[in-house]
Ligand binder design. Structure first.
Ligand SMILES: NC(=O)c1ccc[n+]([C@@H]2O[C@H](COP(=O)([O-])OP(=O)(O)OC[C@H]3O[C@@H](n4cnc5c(N)ncnc54)[C@H](O)[C@@H]3O)[C@@H](O)[C@H]2O)c1
Ligand SMILES: N[C@@H](CCO)C(=O)O
Ligand code: NA
Length: 433
């Protein structure tokens, strides 16, 4: 199809949106050459047109009528970088009903109601691309959706939230408390003013749902993801992990069960050995391992947040959907044919690191060991730290179901000789059985 230009409507002109405008302006000649037709910004929907903006947005393009913009007859592509559920969802659905392709960075919406968006795309004959929604600049969704679609993905494991990685990294390298590290992350602009979505793991859980859906050809929503944040992690937990040669990271783990009949999707802090490549992921960087049957292990690393890195992924998607429109093609549809159930966290097989404040007298270790044996949880290592009133037992288990490990902790709490269960953390990333 020969076209004079393809028209882009931008929804939202904040951190990401303003960088999208900048790149569309600065790279217009290259983008036109790569697509085969120039891109033209048709309008930018904002909430406050008078606000001072980073990018040189032509004020004549600004509008507060987002619905009017997305349904305009001359608009070909809608880029949604408002975030949140509404009005983003309604605007995307209006655009698709009119056959317009959509590029979005909105992980919260995709993880809550991706099925509705994909259905609207199919019915409207439109594309839905969302590379920026997971791990920002890092090409990860397209590899899963296209490059690896001939393989069988077994596991996706990684660090997908930059703010929490920055906080945990600061706690590890400087001994900072969670509160101090969070303040620093906010001062540097990594964390939101209200950082709940980051530190409570909601942001990572939304990304895990999107990754699991693509990896396992199964519909997974944020509600299916087991989620724990990092707000309870203390400087003492970090120091104790460090002393044992581990580092604490907030991990997103999407894995097929051993029999391949279900999948587990979880986000929680975990101790990983310092020798593991994810242990070296510092500051606000993201990194994701994909393990596929034939490809083996692949690692994706880079900037998972920030205006320009995220806009890079958005621009890549704009070029892809623009090319599709010119050639009359469509990108891949949602692939959920496998329909695998998401199993409960209790069925997940994992290992625990446990610190117990105990009474220091003969027979204590035997009574503790009996609880583990009762739940068929095998102990890999045990050591005592301190003595008398400061005695602590530090245990690391072999692999067991999360249900057995949780039941073990419940029974340990009931023992009179256990003064407190001082710390419980999962251990990931080493191949100990
Ligand atoms: N910032 C990042 O590093 C990053 C990385 C990956 C993905 N994302 C995703 O990108 C999206 C945008 O994030 P952001 O960081 O740019 O947020 P932001 O808050 O900086 O920008 C959003 C903008 O949308 C505007 N807006 C809100 N309601 C609107 C409406 N009804 N009409 C028009 N404009 C409206 C806001 O005024 C704001 O300027 C979110 O979905 C976010 O999850 C952000
Ligand atoms: N708040 C997110 C932005 C990227 O989605 C993070 O810290 O990774
Ligand atoms: Na990405």
């Amino acid at each position: 199809m020969k076209r004079d230009s393809l028209k882009v409507a931008l929804l939202g002109c904040g951190v990401v949106g303003s960088q999208v405008v900048r790149l569309l302006n600065e790279q217009s000649a290259d983008l036109a050459a790569r697509i085969g037709a120039p891109l033209e910004l048709a309008g930018v929907a904002v909430r406050r047109p008078g606000r001072k903006r980073d990018a040189a947005v032509d004020p004549a393009l600004l509008t507060t009528d987002a619905e009017g913009l997305v349904t305009r007859d001359d608009v070909d592509i809608v880029v949604e970088v408002i975030g949140g559920i509404e009005p983003a969802r309604s605007l995307i659905l209006s655009a698709m009903a009119k056959g317009k392709s959509v590029v979005t960075a909105n992980k919260a919406l995709l993880a809550e109601d991706g099925a509705t968006l994909h259905r609207a795309a199919r019915e409207g004959g439109a594309d839905l691309y969302y590379e920026a929604s997971v791990a920002g600049a890092i090409p990860l969704l397209r590899p899963l959706r296209e490059s690896l679609t001939g393989d069988r993905v077994r596991r996706v494991l990684g660090i997908v939230n930059g703010t929490t990685n920055y906080i945990l990294d600061q706690m590890d390298t400087t001994g900072a408390s969670f509160t101090d590290a969070l303040e620093e992350a906010q001062a540097l602009g990594y964390a939101e003013a209200d950082p709940t979505a980051d530190v409570e793991g909601f942001d990572a859980a939304a990304k895990a749902a999107i990754l699991a859906g693509l990896a396992f050809h199964t519909r997974v929503t944020a509600a299916d993801v087991h989620r724990e944040g990092i707000t309870e992690i203390t400087a003492a937990d970090v120091a104790s992990a460090k002393a044992m040669g581990y580092v604490i990271k907030l991990l997103a783990i999407c894995a097929r069960s051993e029999d391949g009949r279900s999948v587990g999707v979880r986000v929680h802090p975990a101790m990983i050995p310092r020798s593991h490549p994810l242990a070296g992921v510092r500051e606000a960087y993201n990194a994701v391992f994909v393990e596929a049957e034939s490809a083996g292990q692949l690692m994706f690393y880079g900037k998972g947040a920030g205006g320009a890195p995220t806009a890079s992924a958005v621009l890549g998607d704009i070029v892809a959907v623009a090319r599709n429109r010119l050639s009359g093609a469509r990108g891949p549809e949602e692939s959920v044919y496998a329909g695998l159930p998401v199993h409960p966290m209790g069925e997940t097989v994992t290992r625990y690191h446990i610190s117990l404040d105990v009474t220091d007298k003969p027979g204590v270790l035997a009574r503790v060991a009996e609880i583990f044996a009762r739940h068929d949880v095998s102990i890999q290592t045990v050591r005592q730290e301190g003595h008398g009133d400061d005695a602590q037992l530090v245990l690391v288990t072999h692999r067991a179901t999360d249900a057995a490990l949780t039941a073990t902790i419940t029974n340990l709490r009931e023992l009179d000789i256990v003064r407190a269960v001082a710390g419980v953390m999962r251990v990931e990333g080493d191949e100990t059985p």
